[in-house]
Design a protein around this ligand. Structure first.
Ligand code: ATP
Length: 614
């Protein structure tokens, strides 16, 4: 039988600036023990520290000062392996809307059950078991769905979140408010299913829960009641009203016990008089519980020694530790298996999103025709400079904003799910990064090359194979940089709205310094360095040199009208001759590699939660 116990667990964080930093205690001296097969409710008003306690037990607390001991099966948890053996269902449902129930659980199994340990039949049997045990077999082919896409109900979606976590048959299951937002019927279904998991798999299960009905409340074997920072009761749900009645808090006959208990635990911050009273009550509850624990151990044993208790009253509690240790539930898959599974999942999702595909085809055709026919008329005079410059600059824009902006929200969503999956050791970051690069680069390349080719011939740029391929090559470097900017932005922020503001601002800055709007010799001193990191500047320089080379223009007889006699004088006038075409391509390739490397670094190291395990 597996067990989880925690002793003297305290957690605090430092808040405020450097000058007025104060320590905020979130958990103080918590004790408890949960045996396999037990379902424990974690109840308390908002902000008392329920999620923080679950994070501590899951080994997912980040930063701050954590002390005490948490043991799994009597042993200190192993930072590397524990995460693969624990299932933690967090509050947010982080699932892909366009996958079906079965696919979602299948991919979780593919990531987390090694091919070495499970053959395809065993894996498929395991998935069937999970679907059956969570009563999801009937909706196994239904899409997960979202606010904008019809799919599973809220309760079913939550059950899929549980399924994704338990497909590995974990040694411990933690759930943070799995019933929030659900009606009482769906909540009941979830709690009953979770109880079945606890009993059938014989694992400890702890779930925070918000105002459960009486029926749901008594489905739990034990309950942990919390006021800010502290546990004030941990024991059988059957005994909890007795414990409170001994302290003088009597539950009225027909009142829901959970509502009554939450009322007793609530600190009323709205009313000054009630605030003092509720603070004093919380203090009294803390003191009573602390006295109890120091005399009898961390679990209330009931008035006469409850049947649910571990040992008879009076004896110091000793745990019987089982044979399980916290070794991972399955070995890791190979890098290629991880990459293949991620790429397969991405391609299924892309194929289910015809709207995006149609938009991309429509935009490609529209831009190709618009720019192609707008710049179709080719004069021999020097006005031809303006037209060529215009079309090249507009196509540069096409390889910047429309490449970067649509990718950012998709990547931000991918990253959120990646964090959940990497928390349980589903795959390596390098496999994820390779898969998302593979997901975006080829598709963007295909559409842009079609568009560039159409515009090249419709706008009648120089008919020369070498020049055409240079034109395509330069724009490919532009597109790679733009995707790199999207990757860095998505790696650095989880706010889609923030990214929608910052990314265009950043790209506009690059655009301003492209060399045609402002001559590089006329840039405000101190700002000229910007163009050295500006891939649009090198794009425009390479493209203009490529297109202007060998052109001769007819200048008007009227000498008062400024005129460029040939392409070379255009390049000289714009001061776009600092680098050769080859150098521009090389610089752009180097900056693109730099952006991708930076995005990888941020995702791999900066975003990696630094969990503290005690
Ligand atoms: N890293 C942190 N820095 C500052 N304050 C924090 C941090 N983590 C948690 N807190 C604070 O600690 C308290 C407990 O937070 P926690 O999320 O654990 O509460 P909760 O009981 O789960 O609340 P809810 O039911 O609303 O989810 C809150 O006041 C929260 O703002």
């Amino acid at each position: 039988m597996s067990s989880l116990d925690f002793r003297n667990v305290s957690y605090s964080v430092t808040v405020g600036g450097k000058k007025n930093a104060v320590t905020k205690n979130i958990l103080t001296n918590l004790n408890g023990v949960i045996q396999g097969g037990e379902l424990v409710a974690l109840i308390g008003t908002s902000g008392v520290g329920k999620t923080t306690l679950l994070n501590v037990l899951a080994g997912r607390i980040e930063g701050g000062n954590l002390s005490g001991i948490v043991r799994f099966n009597g042993k200190k948890r192993n930072k590397k392996t524990f995460k693969r053996g624990v299932a933690y269902v967090v509050q947010d449902d982080l699932l892909f809307p366009t996958l079906t129930t079965r696919e979602t659980i299948e991919f979780a199994a593919d990531f987390r059950l090694s091919d070495k340990d499970f053959d395809p039949q065993q894996k498929s049997d395991r998935i069937d078991d999970v679907l059956k045990s969570l009563r999801l077999a009937k909706s196994s082919d239904t899409f997960i769905g979202s606010e904008t896409m019809k799919g599973l109900s809220g309760g079913e979606r939550k059950r899929v979140c549980i399924g994704v976590e338990i497909v590995t048959e974990p040694h411990l299951l933690l759930l943070d408010e799995p019933t929030s937002g659900l009606d009482s019927n769906s909540s009941e279904v979830i709690v009953n299913l979770v109880k079945e998991i606890a009993v059938n798999k014989n694992i400890p299960v702890i779930s925070s829960i918000h105002q459960p009905s009486s029926k749901i409340f008594y489905t739990f074997d034990k309950v942990i009641l919390m006021v800010p920072e502290s546990i004030v009761y941990f024991g059988s749900t059957e005994d909890v009203l007795d414990y409170f009645s001994l302290m003088g808090y009597e539950c009225p006959p027909n009142e829901n016990p959970a509502d009554f208990l939450v009322d007793v635990l609530t600190i009323d911050t709205e009313d000054t008089e009630n605030l003092q009273e509720s603070l004093a009550r919380a203090e009294n509850l803390r003191k009573n519980w602390s006295d109890y624990v120091s005399k009898n151990g961390p679990i209330y044993l009931g008035n006469n020694g409850s049947e649910n208790s571990l040992v008879s009253k009076g004896e110091q509690m000793e745990l019987e530790y089982g044979e399980l240790d916290d070794s991972p539930v399955s070995a890791k898959n190979s890098w290629f298996k991880e990459f293949n599974t991620l790429a397969k999942r991405a391609s299924i999702r892309q194929s289910r999103d015809p709207g995006t595909l149609i938009t991309m085809v429509g935009a490609t055709v529209f831009i190709a025709l618009l720019y192609g026919f707008t710049f179709f008329r080719r004069t021999k005079g020097f006005q031809a400079v303006q037209g060529r410059l215009g079309v090249l600059l507009l196509m540069a824009t096409q390889n910047v904003f429309p490449v970067t902006l649509p990718v950012i929200p998709v990547l931000i969503q991918e990253r959120a799910i990646m964090t959940r999956e990497r928390n349980v050791g589903s795959y390596r970051m390098s496999a994820f990064f390779a898969a998302i690069s593979f997901q975006f680069i080829p598709a963007t390349l295909v559409f842009n090359i079609i568009q560039l080719t159409a515009v090249y011939f419709l706008a009648r740029l120089q008919t020369n194979a070498r020049k055409f391929f240079i034109y395509i090559a330069v724009y490919i470097t532009t597109m790679l940089n733009s995707l790199g900017v999207a990757f860095v932005t998505a790696a650095s922020t989880s706010s889609v709205r923030g990214a929608a503001v910052w990314a265009p601002l950043f790209l506009t800055l690059y655009f301003v310094y492209n060399g045609t709007l402002l001559n590089s010799k006329a840039i405000t001193p101190g700002l000229s360095w910007i163009r050295y990191i500006d891939y649009i500047y090198y794009t425009v320089m390479a493209l203009l040199q490529n297109e202007m080379d060998g052109l001769v223009f007819e200048c008007p007889a009227d000498k008062s009208i400024a005129c460029y006699p040939d392409g070379a004088s255009v390049i000289a006038a714009y001061s776009l001759d600092a680098q050769t075409i080859a150098e521009c391509i090389a610089i752009n390739l180097a900056t693109a590699v730099g952006y991708f490397a930076l995005a990888y670094y941020i995702m791999r190291f900066r975003n990696k939660p630094k969990y503290i395990i005690i």
